[in-house]
Design a binder for this molecule. Sequence first.
Ligand SMILES: Cc1cc2nc3c(=O)[nH]c(=O)nc-3n(C[C@H](O)[C@H](O)[C@H](O)COP(=O)(O)O)c2cc1C
Length: 195
Amino acid sequence: MSVVLIAGSPGKLSRTAALVAHVENSLKSQGIETQVFNVTDFNASELLFADVAAPQIAHYRNAIAEAQAVVLATPVYQASFSGAIKLLLDLVPERGLKEKVILPLANGGSDRHLLILDYALKPVISSLGASSVLGGVYVNSRHVTLDAEKRYRIGAEGLERIDRAVSELLGLIRAAQEQPAKSLASPGYAALIGS
Ligand SMILES: Cc1cc2nc3c(=O)[nH]c(=O)nc-3n(C[C@H](O)[C@H](O)[C@H](O)COP(=O)(O)O)c2cc1C
C-alpha cells in the first residue's frame, strides 16, 4: 500500500510542505509506504513544458499510477490553488486518479477562501476520475506558525483536523485493501458533479 503526497507551493519555506511532512510522518508511523513530491524539487522547465519523458516526471507519474491514495496540498493563490500544483496535476494522465482515495489539503492567509477545496480543487480531482475524495482540510496561516528555529509548526487546532482526516484516509485505504473488488465510491462528490 503506498500513498503519494504532493506539495504544491513554490515557496522554499512553506506551510504547505509542513502540512505534507506532518501527514507523511503520520502515515509512516502506521506502516504506510509514502512518496513525497514537492514542486520545488522538479526541474522548472520540464514541469512547465510537461516533459513526460524526463526521468523525474516519469517517476512521479509511475508513483501516482501505483499509489492507493494521493494527498494533494496547495497554498491558496488568488482565490484558487497554486499554478504549481496545477502543473503537477496536468501531468496526471486522463482518469489517472481512478480508484484512488484523495485527501485534499489547502492553506491560505485567512479563511476568506476556505471553499477553494470545493469550488477549485475538487472539480479537478474529480475530472481525473477519482472515485473517493475526502472532505479535506483547510487551515489558515494562524494554524501554521514559525518556531524559534524558523521551522513551521502546526498548532493544536490544525493538527486535530488534519489527524482526523488522516485517520479517515487510513480507514478507506485499509478497507480498499481488504475488499479490492468492492467500490469505495463515495456517493458524495463524484455523484454530485456526475463523473
Ligand atoms: C501570490 C500569492 C497569492 C495569494 N493569494 C491568497 C488568497 O487569494 N487567499 C488567501 O487566503 N491567501 C492568499 N495568499 C497567502 C498564502 O495562501 C499563504 O501565505 C499560504 O500559507 C502560503 O503557503 P506556503 O507557505 O506553502 O507557500 C497568497 C500568497 C501569495 C504568495
